[in-house]
Structures are given as structure tokens and as C-alpha cells.
Design a protein around this ligand. Structure first.
Ligand SMILES: NC(=O)c1ccc[n+]([C@@H]2O[C@H](COP(=O)([O-])OP(=O)(O)OC[C@H]3O[C@@H](n4cnc5c(N)ncnc54)[C@H](O)[C@@H]3O)[C@@H](O)[C@H]2O)c1
Length: 330
């Protein structure tokens, strides 16, 4: 089975690509073109595994490129996206170009190349602040940032291709995923890297918001399980543990695990505009259990701590830590 992964150079995509190689799939990975020959986190995959991977550089905004690269492909995992919320305030147009037009290109290539399965990646951010918890897939959508608006648009296009052309597309909706290789824009890496750089007053934004933190290995298995799952065309499926933690709790847990006393220093740059702040996200994952037999292995307080320990150990490796700065990261 030939699999094409977009966003393979990124955090989730690189882990997914690695897992697919381990499972002996024939994988073609799309890395975002740049003139430095930089293949992002794919460089972290060991050489032996990399030999079994075909890497192409390009841009999802270019339909011809995507069309040509997806001939003879059976399954597409579409993860390429601009994902930073703060940067979406500064450059909303680029989010439309990448997340909406880019996704349209993937949908059209899937249709024209008669690909058997497309897994499109959404995000829990599309729900906005929870009206009720846990959030199931019927929860209303609320675009509280240009990022969220672009992902809602992309999801709608995906669903429209299922309705109009019977396209075999499934929308996977991960909640906050964390683990090795995540950008320190996100709260967990920013806490760990600041502590690792001997800071005691940890600069952070809003600590009252709660999120459903899902470990990368669990998120990856959600994608992998879709390969063998039938009856998921046209479905939207949440991937989250069902547990929620506030930023304050996360800071406390990580400080305990790293055996250090920390305090919090408010960094105004890290706050979202008031109406754009999403206060609460926690997933109902019954549908994932039913349709793709997904059960997070790192759920509950114990699971969260185990996953955080793995994450901390990865960032504490000096080779890895060198890739991250402790300043505010858009
Ligand atoms: N990280 C999370 O917590 C989280 C949660 C929910 C959903 N998601 C979704 O998962 C997907 C992957 O996110 P991630 O956390 O790995 O982010 P990431 O930024 O690490 O990966 C995204 C990748 O997309 C690539 N890309 C951007 N523009 C491109 C373009 N024009 N052409 C080709 N490639 C391009 C980038 O090079 C990047 O490596 C995204 O669709 C995101 O919306 C992530």
C-alpha cells in the first residue's frame, strides 16, 4: 500500500511517517520546499529507516505538483498546515492560501487520481470555547481565530467533496497533541525548555484555560487505525483523551516531575485577544473508540505523567534542546 503524507516534516507528520515505515508501508513524505534542503523533523529519523522513505519537497498550494505526486497513491494523510494561532492574527491570508486552498488541492487530486482513502487533519480549535463538555463531534463550531476559521473552511470543503463526489475522506480532529519535536510555541515545550535553561520564573500566557493533552504516540495511532477502518468515509472523529488540565496544573506537574520549584511570570505577548481566547477544550472520544478502535494509552493522571516524563527526557537531551530557544515563539 502506497501512502502519501503531507506535513511529514512537521511534529505530528514526522512521527506518523516514522510509524508507517516501522509498519512496512511504502511511504512518500512531503516536506515543505525551501532552498536549504531542510527536511524538518524527518532529519531525526534514523538513516536505516530513512533509506525506506521517499521524500519529495514541494508546496500544497501548487495543484499540479500535488496532482503529479499523488498518482499511484492509495492513501493520503493530509497534515500540512500553518498551525500557529498568533501568526494567524498577523498573516490571515497565508492561512487561507495554505489551509483552505492547499486542502482544496489535496481533495481535487484525491478525486482526479481516484485515491482510495484521504485522512484530512482538523483541530479541536474549530469548536471554540466549549458550550458543553465533553465536546462531541456534533458540538457547534466557532471560529475564534483566523487559524480556526481556515480549518473550519478546510473541513467543510472536505465534507462537501464527500457529499458531492462521494470522495472517501475522513476528518480526524486531534485535541492538543504533545511530545518530542513539538514547537515551543506550545505550553508544554515552553515550560520544559525554560526550566531546562535554568529559568525559575516561567514566562507564560493565560494559565486558566484548560486543554485535553494527548500524547503524540496516541495521536499517531488514531491516524494509523484509519488505514484498516471501514465505514469512516464522510465521518468526523475526535482524537482526545477526555481529560483536561489548566495551564497552571500543567506547570505544577512538570515542575514536580523536573524536581524544581518554579513560579509564573505573566507574559502579555502570549495572551490571545479576549474574544479569541478558547477557555475550555475536552474531548468526547466515544466515536473514535467505536469507529477506529482507538483507545489512548496515556490517559488519566498517570498516563499524562508518563507521557510528560518521556517528553521531558527528550527535551533534556542537549542535541534536541539546541533546536529550541526560550523566547516567545510565534
Ligand atoms: N499539534 C497539535 O496539537 C495539533 C492539534 C490539532 C490539530 N493539529 C493539526 O495537525 C497537523 C500537523 O500539525 P503539527 O503540530 O505537526 O504542526 P507542524 O507545524 O509541526 O507541521 C505542519 C507542517 O506543514 C508544513 N507546511 C506548511 N505549509 C506548507 C505548504 N504550503 N506546503 C507543504 N507543507 C507545508 C510545514 O512545513 C510543517 O512541517 C495540522 O494540520 C494541525 O492543524 C495539530
Amino acid at each position: 500500500m502506497r501512502i502519501f503524507v503531507t506535513g511529514a516534516d512537521g511534529f505530528i507528520g514526522s512521527h506518523l511517517t516514522e510509524k508507517l515505515i516501522d509498519l512496512n508501508f511504502d511511504v512518500k513524505a512531503l516536506s515543505y520546499y525551501n532552498s536549504f534542503n531542510n527536511i524538518g523533523w524527518l532529519k531525526n529519523i534514523n538513516e536505516k529507516k530513512l533509506k525506506n522513505l521517499k521524500i519529495v519537497s514541494g508546496d500544497i498550494r501548487d495543484f499540479n505538483f500535488i496532482y503529479n505526486e499523488t498518482k499511484n497513491i492509495d492513501v493520503i494523510f493530509h497534515l500540512a498546515s500553518l498551525i500557529g494561532i498568533p501568526y494567524s492574527y498577523l498573516s490571515p491570508r497565508s492561512y487561507v492560501d495554505t489551509n483552505v486552498i492547499g486542502t482544496l488541492n489535496i481533495l481535487e487530486a484525491t478525486k482526479q487520481n481516484k485515491i482510495s482513502k484521504l485522512i484530512h487533519t482538523s483541530t479541536s480549535e474549530v469548536y471554540g470555547t466549549a458550550n458543553y463538555v465533553p465536546i462531541d463531534e456534533n458540538h457547534p463550531l466557532s471560529a475564534q481565530s483566523p487559524y480556526s476559521a481556515s480549518k473550519i473552511s478546510a473541513d467543510s470543503l472536505a465534507f462537501s467533496y464527500f457529499s458531492s463526489f462521494n470522495l472517501p475522506v475522513t476528518i480526524l480532529r486531534p485535541f492538543n497533541t504533545f511530545g518530542p519535536r513539538q514547537s515551543n510555541r506550545a505550553i508544554i515545550p515552553t515550560i520544559i525548555t525554560q526550566i531546562a535553561n535554568f529559568r525559575k520564573k516561567i514566562k507564560l500566557g493565560n494559565l486558566t484555560t484548560t486543554r485535553d493533552y494527548t500524547y503524540i504516540d496516541d495521536t499517531v495511532m488514531g491516524f494509523v487505525n484509519c488505514i484498516s477502518s471501514n465505514d469512516i468515509n464522510g465521518k468526523t472523529i475526535n482524537l482526545g483523551t477526555g481529560n483536561e488540565y489548566s495551564g497552571e496544573q500543567v506547570l505544577k506537574i512538570i515542575s514536580n516531575l523536573m524536581k524544581i520549584n518554579t513560579s509564573y511570570k505573566q507574559d502579555n505577548k502570549r495572551f490571545r485577544p479576549i474574544k479569541s481566547e478558547v477557555h475550555r477544550l475536552v474531548s468526547d472520544n466515544k466515536l473514535a473508540k467505536k469507529l477506529i478502535k482507538w483507545k489512548p494509552q496515556y490517559a488519566g493522571k498517570k498516563g499524562f505523567e508518563t507521557a510528560l516524563t518521556k517528553t521531558i527526557n527528550w527535551y533534556l537531551d542537549q542535541e534536541n534542546l539546541r533546536n529550541f530557544n526560550t523566547d516567545y515563539n510565534l
